[in-house]
Design a protein. Structure first.
Ligand SMILES: *Cc1c(COP(=O)(O)O)cnc(C)c1O
Ligand code: SF4
Length: 339
């Protein structure tokens, strides 16, 4: 690596991510002002939905939205639409029945060999389609003592070789806490892989600090980082830099998306997303059909539409750039692959 490339990776951006995280856009009015969306904002706004799941938009993410466009694919992911308030009895607050799988505080195991830890109680962004929008993080955020019990439980189960940090968003937590938790996991003998699922490299790329990267690079376990990006417009040079820093830690990088109506449910958007991810050295992993979560009916794409899209993009992309279309069925021993 050239000295110039190395210095990019070891230096931090001037703005501190903690300050960005402390200064999120939380007022819909402010968001509409920034985006010059004056007309009809009030009638487009959820009331009940907003009470239950607040607005949270990091400013670096809002900067990538196109002004004056209610249909902007980034805005649509975060705007609390009045459609959230429509009651639909076929939708559930806990469609994946995670409450039943929640065995120890902070731990979810659904699949053999790998466990998921809800490592942080919050996210940097509130994605309106989120399947965990009704999850009780407060009851599932262990302190150090409880983490120790959860880690002992993992240690006592020799079938577990991979620990997945999810959330909330694990990278919304601070460096010293993450260092502690990751180091604890790294010392579990039978755990060979640590995986981090995060949206922070996309929504606040400044989060990827050199101190975080040092911690990640010091782990003995293999490291997999799955970023969550739904649309090519989310990727700019700051995201590219964050990803470059993560790669320099030795991590394998992949992306997961949710197939969302009016956002990325067309072949052009999906093909462009795969190309843009590949440009920053990230391979597509999963494309999730949205879960049937209360308040998210307006994002739902059905299975046949998903299958048709995959057929279309398969004809336009090399195989390694076609994400795996999956659905999650409670009680199943893996995610359900479609097509
Ligand atoms: C999705 C998920 C995983 C990871 O599954 P992979 O198919 O390995 O990506 C693990 N645990 C839980 C609870 C999950 O929801
Ligand atoms: S970052 Fe992930 S967990 Fe957090 S709100 Fe968005 S989809 Fe949900």
């Amino acid at each position: 690596m050239s000295n110039a490339a190395l210095s990019v990776i070891t230096s931090d951006p001037p703005e501190k991510w903690q300050e960005i995280l402390a200064d999120l856009i939380t007022d819909p009015k402010e968001l509409t002002e920034i985006l010059q969306l004056d007309s009809g904002a009030e009638s487009r706004l959820a009331h009940f939905g907003l009470n239950r799941f607040s607005l949270k938009v990091p400013r670096p993410f809002a900067q990538r939205m196109r002004p004056g466009n209610w249909n902007d694919p980034l805005l649509r992911q975060v705007w609390p639409s009045q459609l959230e308030d429509e009651v639909d009895c076929s939708l559930s607050e806990d469609p994946l029945q995670e409450r039943t799988f929640n065995q120890a505080t902070g731990l979810l195991q659904k699949y053999r060999g790998r466990v998921l830890l809800t490592a942080a109680p919050h996210c940097a962004v509130h994605c309106r389609y989120c399947f965990r929008r009704h999850f009780d993080y407060a009851a599932n955020t262990p302190g150090k003592r409880q983490w120790q019990e959860t880690l002992e439980q993992i240690d006592g189960d020799s079938s577990i070789s991979e620990v997945i940090l999810s959330g909330g968003d694990p990278l919304a937590a601070g460096d010293s806490y993450l260092k502690w938790l990751l180091t604890q996991i790294d010392t579990l003998k039978q755990v060979t892989t640590i995986r981090i699922h995060t949206r922070l490299p996309v929504v606040i790329p400044q989060r990827i600090t050199s101190s975080l990267c040092q911690t990640l690079a010091s782990l003995e376990c293999k490291l997999v980082i799955v970023i969550h990006c739904n649309h090519g417009q989310e990727i700019d040079s700051s995201v590219q830099l964050a990803v470059q820093k993560l790669r320099a830690t030795g991590a394998t990088l992949m992306n997961q998306s949710v197939l969302l109506k009016g956002i990325n449910d067309d072949a052009t958007s999906l093909v462009s997303l795969s190309h843009q991810l590949f440009d920053i050295n990230v391979l597509p992993y999963y494309l999730h059909l949205p879960d049937r979560v209360a308040g998210t009916g307006h994002y739902l794409v059905n299975e046949q539409e998903g299958l048709d899209l995959i057929t279309k993009i398969r004809a336009l992309l090399p195989g390694y750039l076609v994400p795996r279309l999956v659905r999650e069925d409670p009680g199943s021993d893996s995610k359900t692959r479609l097509g």
